[in-house]
Design a binder for this molecule. Structure first.
Ligand SMILES: Nc1ncnc2c1ncn2[C@@H]1O[C@H](COP(=O)(O)OP(=O)(O)OP(=O)(O)O)[C@@H](O)[C@H]1O
Length: 602
């Protein structure tokens, strides 16, 4: 059973290797052919060198025994051939190196692009799943290893051909020594293979905790966190946590490495004994004059080279196997498939005629036992400005995720102009919805790009960019800081200018505006703002969305009073809904919280 499992694993690894080389081939067929050709050309050279060396030596012996050395005798020809072989070997090695590096670079780029491309197609929910995250992290982090694998497999291929040539020479002269060599090397190889496998398994088991290490490192040494870490005096605490986990890893790795070194050393001694038996056998052959001096040097040289090369090949097999196992992570990531979407759905209605309708919608996050949204019935008419208020965790953001189809409802349906939202083309649906999330991205790009990124198809349209910037009042930042649209924003790169929370916000508003979407959503991007700025942001947003349908999500009851309809969410369901005045009249939850918050500002 155990054996069967192991075979299946090796078989899977090989199938990953085939997939992998298909990818390398797709990266550059020309470089792959050139690489293979050069290596085939290079492989027999060592045997040829040894053989020419043997001929030269035998020639010297015969000269010593009185043979004549003419001006262009076969002796000089042999020297020239040897010289040419050395030069050729050097040129081929350099060219191979070049082909390897170029192919490696191209492959690195290509696989990074493939990862980004595939990630972009996957459902949003995967990114909230830590298992998936592990796969993604491993797929990303092993790029260097994969590039090395290309070289390793090619070199292995070259070395195997070389060994076949050397073995051919050796077998002709002495089959027994070849056999001794093979037997001698086997235990070392098996032990190396066994321990590498164990090390890899250990590494895999540590993945989740390694992410935790990375996280501690990020918290302890990054520009995003340093402020709070310093103020809370967290450095020592983080270092201690880091050290605890890192020490544990170190100890378990050390244990395995010690055992690997011990067994590796022991088997290596056995191998050396084997080599020397072979070596003594060759010397004995020469002593008995079964071979010439040139033959002895040729045999000893072939033997030595073959021994070294076999060792390298066998060790490299285990390294390749190990890298191949890690290919599993890479292809496992690509095996994660997005939920199939209907081929080409309906286009978003232009203009919208009726609006959105939630029909008894319920939603439960995958690994959660409770409903984030339940029994939700809600209509959002065309042109309506809807405000959604509610406590933390009431389900406000989930509502937005459902409208933009980052998630599909677990029960019930959402309709747009009377047709189920699922029937619409996802890309077109998202094109028509402009969302500013509470954790919107502060792109470390130019001021202008931060706006045009909202409508990438129109990124060259300067007029539109300026219009959006003026409408959202982002242009006031340019004047205040005396910068232009080309100014790099953020602290990550040199010469970047950082902005305040409210200023970034204005840019995020411009980004949503330039999208020219029919439906705008502002998901509480005001938490960082003071009451006045928040009020202004809402007013600005209302102005921006004057001819559009919009949803504003907020905790602050006082600032959303101008909305056409206010929805009070509680535990994923609508508790109350109506205009500000209507809700005050009911004197329910809204009225209570409104008065409570208003009290705070008096
Ligand atoms: N990715 C997730 N996986 C599991 N549960 C989640 C996830 N995101 C949110 N939830 C849960 O769903 C419920 C609704 O969350 P949601 O983010 O919609 O609330 P919210 O009203 O926007 O809260 P806040 O005002 O704090 O932003 C909460 O109980 C929350 O814990």
């Amino acid at each position: 059973m155990q054996k069967e499992k192991r075979f299946r694993r090796i078989f899977n690894s090989l199938s990953y290797l085939v997939k992998f080389f298909r990818m390398v081939w797709e990266t550059s067929p020309k470089l792959m052919i050139a690489n293979s050709f050069l290596r085939v050309l290079r492989a027999p050279i060592p045997l040829l060198q040894l053989y020419v060396g043997k001929l030269i030596l035998d020639k010297i012996v015969s000269l010593n025994q009185g043979a004549e050395l003419s001006y262009f005798s076969s002796f000089w020809k042999l020297i020239i051939i040897e010289f040419c072989l050395v030069v050729l070997a050097d040129i081929i090695s350099r060219l191979t190196n070049l082909a390897d590096t170029l192919l490696g670079d191209l492959f690195t780029n290509e696989s990074a692009i493939k990862i980004m491309n595939h990630a972009s197609k996957l459902d949003f929910e995967y990114f909230e799943d830590s298992n998936f995250f592990d796969k993604l992290e491993r797929a990303k982090s092993q790029t260097g290893r994969r590039t090395m694998l290309v070289t390793q497999v090619f070199t292995q291929f070259q070395d195997i051909i070389m060994v076949l040539f050397l073995a051919f020479g050796l077998i002709i002269f002495s089959p027994i020594t070849t056999l001794i060599l093979l037997i001698a090397i086997t235990p070392t190889f098996l032990s190396e293979f066994h321990f590498n496998n164990k090390l890899y398994k250990l590494y895999r088991r540590q993945t989740v905790r390694r992410r935790l290490l990375d996280y501690y490192q990020f918290l302890g040494a990054s520009d995003d966190t340093i402020k709070e870490v310093k103020l809370f005096g967290l450095s020592d605490y983080l270092i201690e946590n880091y050290r605890k986990i890192a020490d544990k890893f170190f100890l378990s790795n050390k244990k395995l490495l010690l055992s690997k070194t011990f067994w590796g050393g022991l088997f290596s001694v056995i191998s050396v004994v084997g080599y020397y038996i072979g070596y003594i056998y060759v010397i004995y052959q020469a002593y008995n004059q079964h071979i010439t001096i040139g033959g002895l040097v040729f045999l000893a040289g072939s033997f030595n080279k073959l021994k070294g090369q076999l060792e390298v090949i066998l060790f490299r097999f285990s390294v390749i196997y190990q890298s191949t196992v890690s290919l599993k992570d890479f292809f496992e990531f690509f095996d994660v498939q997005p939920t199939p979407k209907s081929a080409k759905g309906l286009m978003f209605p232009t203009p919208m005629k009726i609006g959105f309708y939630f029909d008894n919608v319920g939603f439960k996050y995958k690994k959660s036992n409770s409903w984030a949204i339940r029994n939700l019935n809600l209509s959002i008419s065309v042109g309506e400005k809807v405000a959604v208020v509610g406590k933390n965790g009431a389900g406000k953001t989930t509502l937005v995720k459902l409208i933009s189809r980052l998630y599909e409802p677990t029960e019930g349906s959402i309709f747009l102009d009377g047709i189920n939202l699922k029937e619409y083309d996802l890309e077109d649906l998202r094109k028509n919805i402009g969302i500013i999330f509470q954790d919107f991205i502060r792109y470390q790009m130019s001021f202008g790009e931060n706006i045009t990124i909202g409508n990438i198809a129109e990124r060259k349209n300067i007029d539109k960019m300026i219009l959006a910037s003026v409408a959202s009042q982002a242009d006031s930042i340019l004047r205040k800081l005396n910068i232009n649209y080309g100014q790099l924003l953020g602290r990550r790169f040199p010469n970047g200018v950082d902005l305040s929370g409210g200023e970034w916000q204005k840019i995020a508003l411009a980004r949503a505006y330039i999208r020219e979407a029919q439906f705008l959503i502002l998901d509480e991007p005001t938490s960082a703002l003071d009451a006045k700025s928040e009020y202004e942001t809402f007013q600005r947003f209302l102005k921006l969305s004057s001819d559009k349908t919009s949803i504003i999500i907020s905790h602050r009851f006082s600032t959303v009073r101008t909305a056409d309809k206010i929805i009070v969410l509680m535990d994923g369901a609508i508790k109350e809904s109506g205009t500000h005045n209507e809700l005050l009249e009911i004197d329910g939850h809204y009225a209570e919280l409104f008065n409570l918050q208003a009290l705070g500002f008096r």
